[in-house]
Design a binder for this molecule. Sequence first.
Ligand code: NDP
Length: 253
Amino acid sequence: MFEFLSNPVVTVAWMGLAAVVGVTLLWVRAPYGRHSASGWGPLMPARIGWVVMELPALLVLPICFVLSSHWHATVSVVFVLIWVAHYLHRAMVYPFLSRVPGRPIPISVVAMGVVFNVFNGGLNGTELFLTGPPHETGWLQDGRFIFGLTIFVLGMVINIKADSVLRNLRWSQHAGYRVPHGFLYRWVSCPNYLGEILEWIGWAVLTWSLAGVSFAVWTIANLLPRALAHHAWYRREFPDYPASRRALIPYVL
Ligand code: NDP
């Protein structure tokens, strides 16, 4: 299995699949949240769905580290800590922050999320820890690591803050959707997605890995179409929606 995942051709093919999925998602919206739709099979509670979907990611990359010989390699430990910081939040904190449970999520979507997270975690963990020696400790002072980490942290702060703005719009289960204001919502409809994309671009740079690049490509493939769909939805639902606001990138897109 690890031999398969360590083949760069597999990672490149995985990125090709991301491109296909990204184009498909321009027409078929991932059916959860405001884009929920019938025909995607049985549903499960959203909170449990998020935990089930994201837990594999939290576990798989650290498992690769444990199986490796990198235990005493400082840079590898730092990579694990960065990954775990994101996924501890996403899998164990984020689902429980909302005062009201979200709309039920199709089990089929959760299953696809699990498959993605197992494969993506395995790909990143294999390249970083199971093929070849660890990075030298000096990597922590390399401009690529410092720049990538800066982008990652900036993205995580933006993502968490932007999600909290949305959460505060939903004070009761029947509150529905409102137009978010303040913070980066002044410029874009989906700063939470912008933050998430920045995080994984930062990860690709700070790990300087092909698997990291593939994760950034997948994140864009998932979230760019969804940001465009959210933006179009806001404009349809709220006639007074701020005209200058873009979907994902201020002044651009
Ligand atoms: P959304 O922005 O669609 O929704 C986030 C939460 O806020 C949901 O509970 C949603 O409710 C609520 N909400 C959104 N907009 C409004 C509004 N205008 N008024 C009131 N409530 C609102 O994000 P996702 O659910 O798609 O994603 C959640 C997190 O997961 C994000 O941080 C995202 O970056 C991350 N993610 C990462 C992916 C990746 O590829 N790495 C893929 C998907 C998500 P409701 O559910 O009812 O719409």
